[in-house]
Design a protein around this ligand. Structure first.
Ligand code: ZN
Length: 701
């Protein structure tokens, strides 16, 4: 069944778009995650199939509209009789994508410096990189060493000029040669004196990675735990690399292609290559056998400002014109940090052509600047609907950060290509390091720092990996954290967060909660959490029926206690507050539903096609002030929510009464109001909601 058939002519939204048959289809999205104009915009920009997919992915779980039963049904082509839709510019495409991403990842962290993300994030713990990931891991190690080297050179410069704040180096392994790039061109240009054609017998790459920052430089402005993490990671990278370069080791015993390429560096060039103006055609540099083992330090002269390192590497690949068939052997892009959302989606896009391309699939947070660079310099990516789909797919999941290497993976961690847990995003690490390996290396001959006097990495040391002895627990991870994010004003994340729990499951949870049935509650939370429901989703389900005015954080920790089986017996404090919560909950709600739970909680979702919404809308229209605000938001979703104070007492009373039948969340959604404040104000002014069964005698007002 199509949206069109389902909703044609039923749009009650006066004053927005008239619903002539030709346009009544997919624009009628109700209060869900995509607005009429948003859907139309997307449709014009990325095609119907993508819209259908998005539509399915976001709104099916949220709106409860009947149309969602066939989420993959093709959406009818949107036609606008007045003007031919013009193809969008890459900037417009990027803005559409930006807007769509921010509907999911609607919190800004560190005042924007740490990017945007949702309320939760994955924390990833040390894992094994053996069995196929060695080349990528070695590449990441090289990125660490080249990063430390540029920081060391910058230290030596002691120039008065304001230097750039370099945060990243990424490497690309392609056709047995290595490319490195940084966020700022200046950082690669620091290696000017290390360039060689290879004919002078100089091992310039060893010199580069034998260059280091001072300990003060490494530790400056970092919390102790982070400073130690950085130093530990560089040292591990150094030790590992030292061993790779060791003459006594059999060559390439593990199939590590990055190590292979590095071992072929002797007699080969180390050169800075500006991809805006390469000294030789890029294709030649990336494919010719003369350059096997070469090291290219990539800059991008057309952009003086920050461009994420991995974007420069992708651009080098793109501009080279190298075809997938011309890439032989392992191909990877990897850095010291995990990619941001945009770079990860772009890497995924490149991977759809270069199918062997390896990269870190777990993105960090989202930055508009990254997407802005992509549309400016790689519009072919942004203009492809596939890229938008990649972005949306990733934005429907969670960003990741890494625990300190020293942290033991907690017992409740799930194995997601390495141990992982979900936590509030405020606890995510500020530093975006990739997940660390679970081993430490030692060389048999010496475990000291490399001998920098010789500027050589060659040694007779043997690298002996051994499992890391973790000395910290998850709760002792004192790395700098993101801290609480601030929610973008115009977002409605609650309605848009990923939804897993079925309507029956919601009811089950709500009944258990309202009945204060510990066992049923525990079972319900655990069951749905195992099926992938986040604690935030469970919290929201509880918040929908809770009238005790508990904060979101209190309900979140309530849910957490049940999910983790820690219902308050471990600590006296928790026990006390937990029981207190339940007492308040009990007084707030008539729990007499227990005997008649075949009808569930009795509350329904008000939807746009229900008659009661039409009646409510009539009341809205009678409230001039509120109706004006409401109309504006119907056509412009970015205006944010309407404050409760804009409601006339008559309208508020009417909405309060509707609570006997309908959930506040569904009504707040339709009214463009914030769920929590609406609920709180209604309870304050008109008392708690009463389930239908206990109020039915009063009838409708
Ligand atoms: Zn990025």
């Amino acid at each position: 069944m199509h949206a069109q058939e389902e909703h044609a002519g039923k749009n009650p939204a006066r004053g927005t778009q008239a619903p002539p048959k030709a346009t009544a289809g997919p624009t009628v999205m109700g209060p869900g995650p995509m607005t009429a104009s948003g859907a139309l915009t997307l449709q014009r920009s990325i095609g119907n199939q993508a819209v259908a997919r998005l539509h399915a992915a976001t709104s099916a779980r949220d709106t409860g509209l009947p149309v969602q039963r066939s989420p993959f049904a093709p959406v009818p082509v949107q036609r606008s009789p007045d003007n031919d839709p013009k193809p969008k510019s890459a900037r417009q495409q990027a803005l559409s994508t930006h807007k769509a991403v921010k509907e999911h990842w609607d919190h800004s962290y560190g005042g924007g410096n740490q990017g945007n993300g949702p309320e939760e994030a994955h924390k990833r713990f040390s894992r094994s990189y053996r069995g196929g990931d060695e080349a990528a891991q070695t590449l990441s190690h090289q990125a660490f060493l080249v990063y430390d080297a540029q920081a060391g050179l910058r230290e030596q410069e002691e120039s008065e000029e304001e230097s750039v704040n370099e945060r990243e180096v990424q490497g690309m392994l392609i056709n047995n040669r290595l490319l490195f790039a940084s966020n700022f061109n200046e950082s690669m240009e620091l290696f000017e004196d290390y360039q060689t054609d290879g004919k002078d017998g100089r091992d310039a790459y060893s010199e580069i990675i034998g260059t280091h920052q001072s300990d003060q430089g490494r530790e400056a402005n970092l919390p102790n735990a982070d400073a130690r993490e950085y130093v530990d990671r560089v040292k591990r990278a150094e030790l590992k690399t030292k061993s790779l370069f060791s003459k006594s080791k059999p060559r390439n015993p593990t199939g590590d292609a990055t190590a292979d390429a590095l071992r072929k560096r002797h007699g080969k060039p180390v050169m800075i290559v500006d991809i805006s103006d390469p000294p030789k055609p890029l294709k030649h540099l990336l494919t010719h056998e003369d350059y096997i083992g070469a090291i290219f330090l990539i800059t991008f002269g057309e952009e003086k400002k920050l461009v994420h390192a991995e974007q420069k590497l992708m651009l080098a690949l793109h501009r080279s014109g190298v075809t997938p068939e011309e890439v032989r052997g392992p191909h990877a892009i990897m850095g010291r940090y995990r990619g941001c959302l945009c770079c990860t989606a772009a890497l995924k896009y490149y991977q759809s052509r270069f199918t062997g391309l390896q990269f870190d699939p777990n993105p960090g947070f989202y930055y508009w600047t990254s997407l802005a660079n992509l549309y400016k310099h790689q519009d072919h990516v942004v203009n492809d609907p596939k890229f938008h789909e990649n972005m949306m797919e990733l934005a429907q999941g969670l960003p990741s950060s890494s625990a300190l290497s020293r942290v033991k993976p907690p017992a409740n961690a799930e194995d997601r290509h390495g141990p992982q847990i979900t936590e509030p995003a405020s606890s995510a690490a500020r530093r975006g390091y990739r997940t660390s390996s679970d081993t430490e290396g030692e060389t048999e001959t010496d475990s000291d720092r490399m001998d920098t006097d010789s500027d050589r990495m060659d040694t007779d040391g043997e690298y002996e990996p051994k499992p890391r002895a973790y000395d910290l627990t998850y709760t002792e991870d004192s790395a700098g954290k993101l801290g609480k994010g601030s929610k973008a004003q115009n977002s409605r994340s609650r309605a848009r967060a990923t939804r897993i729990v079925s309507p029956e499951g919601r009811e089950e949870i709500q009944i258990a909660y309202l009945n204060n049935d510990t066992e049923a509650e525990t079972n319900a939370y655990k069951k749905w959490h195992e099926k992938g429901a986040s604690q935030a989703e469970l919290r929201d389900i509880v918040m929908e029926v809770d009238v005790s005015d508990r904060s979101e954080a209190a309900v979140y920790s309530h849910v957490t206690r049940y999910v983790t089986g820690k219902t308050g017996h471990e600590k006296r404090d928790n026990t006390a507050s937990g029981r207190e919560d339940i007492k308040r909950r009990k007084t707030g709600v008539n729990t007499g539903k227990k005997e008649s739970d075949s009808t569930g909680t009795g509350w329904q979702k008000m939807t746009r096609d229900s008659d009661d919404w039409k009646r409510l809308l009539a009341k809205v229209q009678a409230d001039d002030v509120f109706y004006g605000e409401w109309q504006r938001r119907e056509s412009d979703p970015d205006l944010g929510v309407i404050p409760f104070s804009k409601m006339s007492p008559e309208l508020a009373r009417y909405v309060a009464d509707q609570r006997s039948t309908y959930t506040v969340s569904s009504m707040a959604g339709l009214l463009h109001m914030q769920e929590k404040t609406t609920r709180t104000n209604l309870v304050k002014n008109y008392g708690p909601a009463k389930p239908l069964a206990t109020t039915s005698a009063q009838g409708a007002s």
